[in-house]
Ligand binder design. Structure first.
Ligand SMILES: [Cu+2]
Length: 139
């Protein structure tokens, strides 16, 4: 999401900063207004990514955006299988997708985020829950 294009930009700058107008051609300011989301949510503000321990789960990860923003979704705590390979991170070019099959063997609340630092700083991080607190091999 590019908040530089928001009709509320000038009003927000006046309300939340000491400036009277948005800075012009300021790369750092413009970068600070680029937000990277997962399912439209930022900073662990996404509900519903929940599963049971040892359940078979299929993740469909899809990237949108421009050529400037490849993504590298990464799962903490558990791994998946993609094209026969064990993975905890995959690469996504814009307008591409991946399918990752997971059978989570580690219960708990885990981070799922883009591994590109700028994106994570801009909100591209959520939590997923594996119900059942145990850790170990699935039967
Ligand atoms: Cu990313």
């Amino acid at each position: 999401m590019d908040e530089n294009k928001s009709p509320y930009l000038a009003a927000n700058v006046r309300r939340f900063t000491k400036l009277k107008t948005p800075p012009r051609k300021n790369e750092e300011f413009e970068e600070s207004n680029l937000k990277h989301a997962i399912n439209g949510r930022l900073f662990a503000n996404l509900d519903g990514l929940a599963m049971r321990r040892c359940e078979r789960v299929r993740w469909y990860v899809v990237a949108l955006g421009s050529e400037k923003d490849p993504h590298t979704p990464r799962w903490h705590g558990n791994t998946g299988l993609m094209d026969g390979k064990r993975v905890d991170v995959v690469d996504l070019l814009p307008a591409s997708s991946r399918i990752v099959d997971m059978r989570p063997d580690a219960g708990g609340i885990w981070m799922f985020h883009c591994h590109i630092h700028d994106h994570m700083d801009a909100g591209m991080s959520v939590l997923y829950t594996v119900e059942g607190g145990e850790v170990g091999d699935c039967p």
